[in-house]
Write a protein that binds this ligand. Structure first.
Ligand code: PHE
Length: 449
């Protein structure tokens, strides 16, 4: 049977669905708040353009040419004598590790959809803390049930395969997500808080920037574009060969960045309109936003339902893309049926995810810790700060140095002009590795500026 392939728009939406996730709507706004706004956003944007985009196109190229799961694709694309590069494909397991906590956070979002629907969102800061802590620290069973629901959703979509599952879910969810976010932004434009939000997000105050802020901005650029875990290799393996890798990567970068910026401006318009402060950390959308919205009466309830739905859609389409690389790997390398592979992989992260949930509880926190880090944080740190940058570095070196010039040219050179091709290659060969190494050394405290 011929392999099912994405349609053009299906591929762009699926890859954008992978990229646009909790990273854009939950994480980007709060880290922007933590590091003071405009200057942080500027560094993030520069990284996306100079490094993120190049790596994304590079990663897609491997899948486009390899046409298989991540490990096989690296093996096929690597020149003779360098087939050991297939091990770079093991980056796909980072996706499962991310899923252990990503699915838990999607579960929290489900809980907040439920709270919105039953009109039981918190109305002041103490209540907001209590509601969130109650879920995270004292209700592991509830959190596990929501985590289970998120897992089932991902499994059902993946069982449908590339076309009937992944493409279809993205064709429905991504436009809905866009409509909701643009609608909310339109509404927020009528606020006085809107111009404050614009100022906060786009007027850089460079005094707020230190090396930690730079590292977080660079790290986030990787995470948000889904680079370095084999997602884009796996998806691009099913793209149509009539489609341009370069253009597709461009669209995905534009959509991903646009959605992060819309989410940031929209959320901060609400926050500033009601006088809340920006530096709230991870609780921004779970604690601060609900209080602001409940102040708005019925309209606020409707907005909160729609907002948390959008967040769930964004999270689910990414979750699908975090799991599919492992699913394809077991299907192609070990000849598992899709059903068997989906059940195996989703069960794996589901079970470890329960450990992540317990690690945040008062009762079992100690048991589920690694050193002094709760398992949840340890899993996040190991992916964010170690595995993703390593995956990105592998791609930069593989596509920049190992791949034969003619293979690179064959795909990319037809699709862009010579100068852009040279800039792209320069970024892969020099800028990306330098930035990644700087970031990793900094994460381990080896260098500080
Ligand atoms: N890019 C997704 C987000 O922003 C997360 C993700 C990372 C998805 C890596 C797939 C691969 O939430």
């Amino acid at each position: 049977m011929a392999k099912a392939r994405f349609s053009r728009i299906g591929f762009i939406l699926a890859a954008a669905g992978a990229a646009v996730g909790l990273g854009n709507i939950w994480k980007f706004p709060y880290i922007t708040g933590m590091y003071g706004g405009g200057a942080f956003v500027s560094i993030y944007l520069i990284t996306v353009v100079l490094i993120g985009f190049s790596l994304l196109a590079g990663e897609m190229l491997v899948g486009y040419k390899g046409g298989k799961d991540a490990v096989s694709s690296f093996e096929i694309v690597a020149p003779e004598g360098k087939k050991g590069w297939k091990y770079a494909g093991f980056m796909l397991f980072s996706g499962l590790i991310i899923m252990t906590f990503y699915s838990v956070v999607i579960g929290w979002i489900f809980h907040y959809i439920y709270l919105s629907l039953t009109n039981s969102l918190p109305t002041d800061i103490n209540q907001a803390k209590e509601t969130f802590d109650n879920l995270v620290q004292f209700s592991p069973v509830t959190a596990t049930l929501w985590h289970f629901l998120a897992t089932v959703f991902v499994a059902v979509v993946l069982l449908g395969g590339v076309k009937a599952g992944i493409e279809k879910a993205n064709l429905i969810l991504m436009p809905l997500l866009l409509v909701i976010l643009v609608g909310l932004l339109g509404y927020a434009m009528s606020f006085d808080g809107f111009s404050k939000a614009l100022h906060f997000m786009f007027a850089p105050d460079w005094s707020k920037i230190n090396s930690e802020a730079i590292v977080r901005a660079v790290g986030h650029a990787f995470f948000t574009l889904s680079i370095g875990i084999g997602t884009m290799v796996t998806y691009a393996a099913s793209m149509s060969h009539k489609q341009s890798v370069f253009k597709a990567a461009m669209w995905v970068t534009i959509l991903d960045t646009l959605i992060a910026l819309i989410a940031g401006v929209m959320i901060y318009s609400f926050i500033f309109e009601y006088g809340a402060s920006a530096a709230q950390g991870p609780g921004l959308v779970f604690k601060t936003l609900p209080i602001v919205l409940t102040k708005m009466g019925t309209t606020g309830i409707v907005i909160s339902i729609v907002f948390f739905l959008a967040l769930a859609f964004a999270g689910l389409t990414s979750a699908i893309s975090l799991t599919e690389p492992a699913v394809e790997y077991f299907m192609q390398r070990f000849h598992f049926s899709r059903v068997k592979s989906v059940v195996l992989n989703t069960s794996l992260y589901f079970i470890v995810g329960i450990g992540a949930i317990l690690s945040y509880t008062k009762e079992y926190g100690k048991t589920f810790s690694i050193g002094d880090k709760p398992l949840f944080d340890a899993l996040e740190f190991s992916t964010d700060s170690i595995l993703l940058p390593l995956g990105g570095l592998a791609i930069a070196i593989f596509v920049g140095y190992v791949l034969k010039e003619q293979d690179r040219e064959h795909i990319i050179k037809h699709q862009v002009n010579h100068t852009i091709y040279k800039i792209w290659l320069f970024s892969l060969k020099f800028v990306a590795p330098a930035a990644i190494i700087f970031m990793m050394l900094n994460n381990f405290g080896i260098i500080k500026i």
